[in-house]
Design a protein around this ligand. Structure first.
Ligand SMILES: O=C(O)CCC(=O)C(=O)O
Length: 287
């Protein structure tokens, strides 16, 4: 799917774009199955260790992790893309439909940035963890990436609604530079935010939300009894810094250097394994 001229203009004017029906069941099912298997394996281990009384085996994907976390909160740890390193997840990063969308804004030389996550967002009342605060993605990069455009593709793998913690953006906020972020969590405090009405962006599974690395965004709280599962992936031109030099980036599409593509699963696993160990003491945030 290539973006139309009017979609590209909307993105440049507003700093975000919501697209419906980009992906279908065949695109999403492999990652849902992969994470279902990871969770099942964890449930069986926790059960054999006597840490949970039920496998919650009859719960659907949207509820099973929450059901398990009620008894064993540690079940949610280490699920992120680079930690779990599933093959279907790796394939998802280079899904041609996702790269086509990226190419419309990034150009033909596309790197998959190491700032990439799968998020299983549980209701805050279960975890004590607040929803994502207002920030700009440029704010979680090193300053060497400041002059460059980076595209975030936010991809729900379940339907995401006002109630279960959809994303919110401040339209047009990408035009006024980098705001001061504060620790912990590199968030923008209220006094540093522009006076722009936030726009909530519910989106059904299969849709995606694109945003600019200077767009202010946050997430609404998950007020349901389900898990809000989503990916946030980042892509940019190959000839620019990633903003996290201690983590690996991968050339996923290239007209100029097709021989240099880094699309081998085993290499991806090895480079992440090495980087997570070697980069342990790296300073992620500038703030
Ligand atoms: O999914 C979320 O809760 C937040 C996502 C986000 O902040 C991002 O993609 O940069």
């Amino acid at each position: 799917m290539r973006l139309t001229d009017s979609q590209i203009s909307f993105f440049h004017d507003n700093g975000y774009l919501r697209l419906e029906n980009v992906l279908d069941e065949d695109d999403l099912r492999p990652v849902i199955d992969e994470y279902s298997a990871i969770i099942d394996e964890r449930a069986r281990r926790l059960h054999s260790e006597g840490k949970i009384s039920s496998l919650c085996a009859n719960e659907p994907f949207t509820r099973r992790l929450l059901c398990l976390a009620k008894e064993a909160p540690e079940v949610v740890a280490g699920l992120d893309i680079m930690q779990a390193r599933g093959k279907s997840t790796f394939n998802f990063l280079k899904n041609p439909k996702i790269l086509d969308v990226a190419e419309s804004l990034v150009g033909s030389e596309i790197v998959c940035n190491p700032i990439q996550h799968i998020r299983a967002v549980l209701p805050p009342r279960e975890t004590g963890r607040e929803p994502t605060h207002w920030h700009q993605d440029a704010g979680v990069c090193w300053p060497d990436a400041d002059p460059y455009f980076m595209l975030t593709i936010w991809i729900p793998i379940v339907d995401v609604t006002l109630e279960n913690g959809c994303l919110e953006v401040m339209p047009g906020s990408h035009k006024s530079g980098l705001r001061k972020h504060v620790t912990p969590g590199a968030s923008i405090p209220p006094e540093e935010r522009p006076a722009i009405e936030p726009k909530p962006l519910p989106v059904a599974a299969g849709g995606v939300i694109l945003f600019h690395n200077y767009t202010l965004h946050s997430a609404r709280p998950n007020e349901t009894d389900t898990v809000r599962w989503s990916f946030d992936l980042r892509y940019h031109d190959a000839y620019q810094p990633t903003g996290r030099p201690f983590y690996p980036a991968f050339l996923m599409r290239s007209k100029q250097r097709p021989d240099a593509l880094q699309t081998d699963y085993k290499t991806w696993c090895e480079r992440w394994e090495f980087a997570l160990e070697a980069g342990k003491s790296a300073k992620r945030y500038r703030w």
